[in-house]
Design a protein around this ligand. Structure first.
Ligand SMILES: C[S@@+](CC[C@H](N)C(=O)[O-])C[C@H]1O[C@@H](n2cnc3c(N)ncnc32)[C@H](O)[C@@H]1O
Length: 252
């Protein structure tokens, strides 16, 4: 319906609450291996491309079901002169049986899909087990995912998946990663600034659309409604309750 809404990469570097500085630190952690680094749910692959750009010894395979994001990622790889070391595709069959490093950022559901259409707790353990199964001992992973950064409030639960057990705490996530066979080299959480920047970028396309279209446009009410709903969900719902953890993981 809203074909003229701008794509998310116009306003966001990543489709996650991730700063450029943190991305470079995470990329540096992954660069210490040799071989192929894989990412499922890579979006337009900005983090994966930074890893490859920083490490001549690495090649990358990124998979995402969103064809437009994959297309944009390929263009970025070409622009940076690293397309020969990067495969971006929507074809999950290209996933190799082993890799030197792996990335999952906001993509637990892509590594370990829910079993049903019902809201389910995030399948952290299943996703981390699948990542671990691809890595040799010493292989590295970056795992970023939503967590409860404080006890979930009714307003946050309503604004998100509707269930208190949708997410775990940071400490519970660290235990899940350890149980999956990883040494946890680093643990951090997205800052309030990273969240505010992400939320602002997420709705920037709606704002721009409203600023450039008449209030009489047939889609104007729908765009306004989306903007208001998203802003309300964040400011009056999950801000400060939904966190995002970044784990640096070494296969044990
Ligand atoms: C929250 S975004 C994160 C994207 C990227 N990791 C980033 O941080 O910029 C989640 C991504 O997972 C992708 N996705 C969802 N289900 C998937 C699946 N089954 N296989 C591959 N990608 C999937 C979506 O298209 C989306 O690009």
């Amino acid at each position: 319906v809203l074909r003229d809404l701008s794509p998310p990469w116009r306003d966001l570097e990543f489709m996650s609450p991730l700063s450029s500085e943190r991305a470079d630190r995470l990329a540096a952690y992954l660069c210490e291996v040799n071989g192929v680094v894989i990412e499922i749910g890579c979006g337009w692959a900005e983090l994966l491309l930074r890893v490859v750009a920083a490490a001549p010894n690495l090649t990358a395979i990124g998979i995402d079901t969103d064809v437009a994001s994959i297309g944009h990622g390929r263009q970025l790889a070409a622009d940076r002169g690293i397309a020969d070391r990067v495969t971006l595709t929507s074809d999950a069959a290209v996933l190799p049986a082993t890799a030197a490093a792996a990335i999952s950022v906001g993509a637990t559901h892509a590594w370990a899909p829910p079993a049903s259409d019902e809201a389910e707790p995030l399948h952290y353990a299943e996703a981390l087990a699948r990542i671990r199964s691809l890595l040799p001992v010493g292989g590295r992973a970056v795992y970023g995912e939503g967590i409860w950064t404080q006890a979930p409030t009714p307003a946050a639960i309503t604004a998100l998946g509707g269930r208190e057990d949708e997410m775990v705490s940071r400490d519970e996530l660290v235990a899940i990663a350890t149980n999956a066979g990883f040494i946890v080299d680093g643990v951090d959480e997205a800052t309030e600034r990273e969240w505010d920047d992400f939320e602002a970028g997420y709705v920037a396309g709606y704002r721009r659309w409203l600023a450039t279209h008449s209030t009489d446009h047939t889609s104007a009410a729908a765009v306004r409604e989306r903007l208001d709903r998203q802003r309300d969900a964040y400011l009056n719902g999950y801000k400060g309750v939904l966190g995002f953890a970044y784990l640096e993981l070494r296969a044990e």
